[in-house]
Ligand binder design. Structure first.
Ligand SMILES: O=C(N[C@H]1CCCN(c2cc(-c3ccncc3)n[nH]2)C1)c1cc2ccccc2[nH]1
Length: 245
C-alpha cells in the first residue's frame, strides 16, 4: 500500500511513519509513505502557500494553486488511482471499520491543512473524503494524518508479527480490549489473575472475552448496542455483571 502525505511539515510526517510497526512495515516494503510539500510548488519568490481570508476574520487560508500543482504531481507519481482524504474537524468520525476499508485500498493520500484551512474550491474539486479523529481543533491536520497512517499501516499483511494481535485489538471485534499483565506475578499493587497463570487456553480466552465484554458494558455501552451480542456472550456479560454488582 502507498500513502502520500501532502503537508507543510514533511519531516514530521516522515518521522511519524519511520518508527515502530509502521516503520517496520516500510522496511518490509509492505507500506510506502511519500511526502509532498506545497511550499515546493509555490511559484512566487516568497514561496507563498496562504493568503488572508476573503471576508476578513482571523487567520490565513491555504491557496488553491500550490495545492493544485502539488496534488497533480502526487497523482502522477504512481499509476494507482488515489483516494484523497482531507483531515479536518468537519470530517466524518474515523472508526476502525473505516480504517479497515482504507487499509484495503492500493493507494490513499492525506491532505493536511494548516492555518484556518484550505480554499473550499480546492476541497470541493479534489477531495474524496473528509475525516475527523475527534471533536477538537488541532494546529493542523498532520497529527490526524499520523493517526490514519498508524491505524492503516499496522493492518497491512505482515506488518504485525503476531497477526492475532490485530484481531484481538480493541475495536477489531467491536469490543474494548481486556486487561494485560506483565512480570512480576505478585506486586504491592496486586497479583496477576490466577486464570492467566493456569495454562488453560480455553479458560484464558473465556476470561479475556468476559473482561472485554464487561469493560465495554461499563465504559462504552454505545459500542455494545451497535455490535449486538450472541447468547454465549450475553451469558458471559451477565456473569461479569453479577460478579461486579
Ligand atoms: O480549524 C482551524 N484550522 C484547522 C484547519 C484544517 C487543518 N487543521 C486542523 C485539522 C484538525 C483535525 C483533523 C482531524 N480530526 C480532528 C481535528 N484540527 N485542526 C487546522 C482553524 C484555525 C483557526 C484560526 C483562527 C480562527 C479559527 C480557526 N480555525
Amino acid at each position: 500500500m502507498r500513502i502520500d502525505v501532502v503537508s507543510l511539515f514533511p519531516d514530521f510526517m516522515r518521522q511519524c511513519a519511520a518508527v515502530g510497526v509502521v516503520g517496520r512495515a516500510q522496511q518490509r516494503e509492505l507500506l510506502q509513505v511519500e511526502t509532498w510539500n506545497p511550499r515546493d510548488y509555490a511559484t512566487d519568490r516568497h514561496r507563498s502557500v496562504d493568503s488572508s481570508s476573503y471576508g476578513g476574520g482571523p487567520g490565513m487560508v491555504m491557496m488553491i494553486e500550490p495545492l493544485r500543482t502539488t496534488l497533480a504531481a502526487m497523482r502522477a507519481a504512481a499509476a494507482e488511482p488515489v483516494h484523497l482524504v482531507y483531515l479536518s474537524p468537519q470530517g466524518t468520525r474515523l472508526t476502525q471499520g473505516r480504517v479497515e476499508a482504507l487499509a484495503r485500498l492500493p493507494r490513499i493520500a492525506l491532505l493536511c491543512g494548516r492555518y484556518e484551512g484550505v480554499d473550499e474550491r480546492l476541497l470541493a474539486h479534489e477531495v474524496d473524503e473528509e475525516l475527523s479523529i475527534g471533536d477538537y481543533v488541532l494546529s493542523g491536520g498532520e497529527l490526524a494524518a499520523a493517526v490514519v497512517i498508524d491505524a492503516v499501516g499496522r493492518l497491512q499483511d505482515g506488518a504485525l508479527n503476531d497477526a492475532q494481535s490485530a484481531e484481538q485489538d480493541s475495536f477489531s471485534d467491536g469490543l474494548l480490549d481486556c486487561p494485560h499483565y506483565a512480570k512480576p506475578v505478585h506486586d504491592a499493587l496486586g497479583s496477576v489473575p490466577e486464570v492467566l497463570l493456569s495454562g488453560d487456553h480455553a479458560a484464558i480466552a473465556r476470561w479475556r472475552l468476559k473482561q472485554s465484554l464487561g469493560r465495554t458494558w461499563l465504559r462504552r455501552p454505545d459500542l455494545l448496542s451497535q455490535r449486538g451480542l450472541d447468547a454465549p456472550s450475553r451469558a458471559l456479560l451477565d456473569e461479569f455483571r453479577r460478579e461486579h454488582a
